[in-house]
Design a protein around this ligand. Structure first.
Ligand code: SME
Length: 162
């Protein structure tokens, strides 16, 4: 049973416990799809998130395309610079959205989503390969603690793909 609201300290402890588990889970497997699928499942199990998943850069179409995820069905393609995901891709930085209704151009895949965080997955050269997107039914569910640990997680994912 998950608590509805985690304190910043509880959240940090949960990430501290989870990240080494994820590191072991994906160690020794270089297939990106397999690793992204397990990372989505591990995050979805550990937290009370509505949706956890990845969008991957489709260079040929200059769009993001839906990758492995856990949660309700989602839109399959997002243009460069569009929505929260396309913005994080274009700007090459994490985007924390406290209230999705206040984010211009937010793409609503689920009416239940109230807040969101998107973290780019980048290679060593800073080239964005895709984004990790997480949605919550609660307003202001994400903060600097999430950003810190999820950026660390995205670096672990890239290491595993080498
Ligand atoms: N809200 C995202 C779209 C993806 S869904 O949340 C899964 C966005 O604005 O880019």
């Amino acid at each position: 049973m998950h608590e509805l609201v985690l304190t910043r300290k509880d959240k940090a402890s949960r990430y501290e416990e989870l990240l080494p588990q994820i590191r072991s889970l994906i160690a020794g497997e270089t297939d990106l799809t397999a690793n992204l699928a397990n990372v989505s499942a591990a995050l979805h199990e550990a937290f009370d998130f509505l949706w956890v998943g990845f969008y991957l850069v489709d260079d040929a179409r200059n769009e993001l395309v839906l990758g492995p995820f856990q949660g309700p069905v989602a839109c399959t393609r997002i243009g460069y610079g569009k929505g929260v995901c396309g913005t994080a891709w274009k700007e090459g930085r994490s985007v924390v959205v406290e209230d999705v209704q206040a984010f211009p151009g937010h793409i609503a895949c689920s009416q239940k989503s109230r807040s969101e965080i998107v973290v780019p997955v980048s290679d060593d050269g800073g080239h964005v390969l895709g984004v990790l997107d997480i949605d919550s039914v609660f307003l202001s569910a994400f903060d600097e603690v999430d950003r810190h640990y999820l950026e660390m997680l995205c670096r672990i994912i890239c290491e595993s793909a080498k």
